[in-house]
Design a binder for this molecule. Sequence first.
Ligand code: CA
Length: 228
Amino acid sequence: MKKVLILEDEVNIRSFVVINIKRAGYDAIEAGTGKEALERLRENPDIGVAILDIMLPDMDGFEVCRNIRASNKQIGIIMLTARTQEMDKITGLMTGADDYVTKPFSPAELTARIDALYRRIGGDNAADPDLLQNGPFVMNFHNRTLEKNGERIRLTQVEFAILKLFLQNPGRALSREDILNAVWGPDYDSDLKIVDVNIRRLRIKIEDDTANPAFITTVWGYGYKWGA
Ligand code: CA
């Protein structure tokens, strides 16, 4: 069964999430502190998605996120943010989270995000070639890795999905809506800023000079494009 970790110290919210993700067909692994969450992840390396609350008794959710990402690039991470914590979304994404859900959230919204992340993790299309080469980059869809000049670049699942979209559409201007729809899914109701934040993070990883990006270029007032 597909496993989801839920880290939340407020028992009521945690139970609410657990009931709903079980109803959606997932196995729920619970944690009430950051330390506990990291232990559960060590015991259950097959957890595919982790939901992390930010305000916790022992450490904040971003620290937990960084900890997880230090050793696990594959897992999908969703941050639970409060409505007032607008900056948290950006901070969360910059520390390696794939997505965020704002409290209060509906069970349908949360499970849709989990489903979407799980689809991306296991979502290799059989029609895809295994390898895609473009300039110094080699993208391997079979083991979901990226190399630049033979050196491995570690990407999150979202970053991988965005880069795949660019490499499959070289030279084509993609609007931020195009990218949001292709990567997060058409039902995803979110701010387009999530696209910009992920592009910024990708550029740091793949560009030689992030101030003058040569691979992911900006199409002003529209979106982005692969190449000049
Ligand atoms: Ca909390």
